[in-house]
Design a protein around this ligand. Structure first.
Ligand code: UDP
Ligand code: MG
Length: 201
């Protein structure tokens, strides 16, 4: 929640607004989120980046996080959700792009339990990208990203997790009428044109 000033020196507590950004590994979520930040002034929170930062601290969670990232499996929601919650609270801002979350049923349930009272999910931006393009982009990214999961073996596992666990979450939000779908296997600027439309509709 964010404290907002109203007249008479008073304050009200107001909910965080959230746009979830989902799509396969390498679908372009991070790239497009950077552009959305510039154009629309959201705060971009990548769940994967928050987990990598937590891993880099080397605390008691580091090995567990590393295991999930390399295997393309999903970190338990308590960890991810509290990192997201803290980042939102610390930012002092109200509007967030949450990139790469919720990725499975456990993520969705945990989010709803912990965050439903203090957030409003505005919509879900879904980057729809064919598997071949996703794999190729991640392998290319792997040449320079230094990520432990941008290799063929991790990629195969990430794709399985995405298909089996994340697609049902996208379907769930579709059933709520909340999904705005983007054709993501296009040049960056063409994808962003679709994104701008999604934000203005
Ligand atoms: N991850 C996770 N929970 C999340 C987000 C990411 O466990 O909510 C882990 C998961 O192992 C995933 C990895 O972090 O495969 C990388 O996620 P990221 O979103 O950075 O990958 P991208 O989809 O951008 O390629
Ligand atoms: Mg990403």
């Amino acid at each position: 929640m964010i404290r907002r000033a109203i007249s008479g020196g008073k304050f009200i507590m107001s909910k965080f607004n959230v746009v979830f950004v989902l799509g396969g590994p390498g679908a372009g979520k991070g790239t497009q989120c950077e552009k959305i930040v510039k154009e629309f002034g959201y705060v971009h929170l990548s769940a994967g980046d928050l987990l990598r930062a937590e891993r880099a601290k080397g605390g008691k969670l580091a090995d567990m996080i590393e295991h999930h990232i390399t295997n393309g499996s999903i970190v338990p929601v308590e960890v991810t959700c509290s990192l997201l919650d803290k980042a939102m609270e610390d930012s002092g801002k109200q509007d967030f792009l949450i990139d790469g979350f919720p990725r499975n049923e456990n993520n969705l349930q945990g989010w709803q339990k912990a965050m439903d009272d203090k957030t409003t999910v505005k919509f879900v931006l879904f980057f729809d990208c064919p598997e071949e393009d996703c794999v190729q982009r991640c392998l290319e990214r792997g040449l320079t990203s230094g990520r432990t999961d941008d290799n063929e073996e991790s990629m195969r596992k990430r794709i399985v997790t995405y298909t089996q666990s994340t697609m049902p979450i996208i379907k769930y939000y579709e059933s709520q009428g909340l999904v705005r779908q983007i054709k993501a296997n296009r040049p960056i600027d063409e994808v962003f044109e679709q994104v701008k439309q999604a934000f203005s509709s």
